[in-house]
Design a protein around this ligand. Sequence first.
Ligand SMILES: [Zn+2]
Length: 208
Amino acid sequence: MPRGEAAGDGGEFQSPALENLVRNLGRLPGLGRKSATRIALHLVGGEAETRELVAAVETALAQVRHCSRCGAITEDDPCRICTSPRRDPTQLCVVTSPVDILPFEKGGFFQGHYFVLGRLLSPLDGIRARDLPFDRLQRRLATDGVKEVIIALDASVEGETTALYIQRLCEDRDLKLSRLATGIPVGGALAYTDEVTLQRAFQFRRSF
Ligand SMILES: [Zn+2]
């Protein structure tokens, strides 16, 4: 089918296969029916490019996995961060998602290990402690010689709830527990900072 050709009664194509493709694409995050339709038409219109895409998806599905120690996205398990002799296993940075590791690694200022929770506690949405890998986190704290836990979670109600829960888990252990500072972003203008952020920045002000 030539690129961009679309037809059909009642907003549906005369091809169940194309409809099925649109439906599947529409399930992807951030894609509504309109975008899904545009992408589907693009895909069926360019065979070589589409076969390459399908091959890339299949390769990624076969090779990409989560590190069984930290939860990072990797092709080797344990991942390169967990096995690197240059990293400090006594520092453990707890993050929500594997993508949260990327800015730390890009910055290069943290040389410890990570622990990915996968999600945050949200009792209102039915996400409770048993839905998060706290057992695995506790085993890690008990056996891996961790001396410092750095909580690097979103500055949201769910992030706050989860941070407090982790704080309770660490209470009886001989650990240094810290959280990322919250405040005015670098390059941010004070006049345009929202009051919650400003209040946090004020509350956690530090001396020169
Ligand atoms: Zn790992």
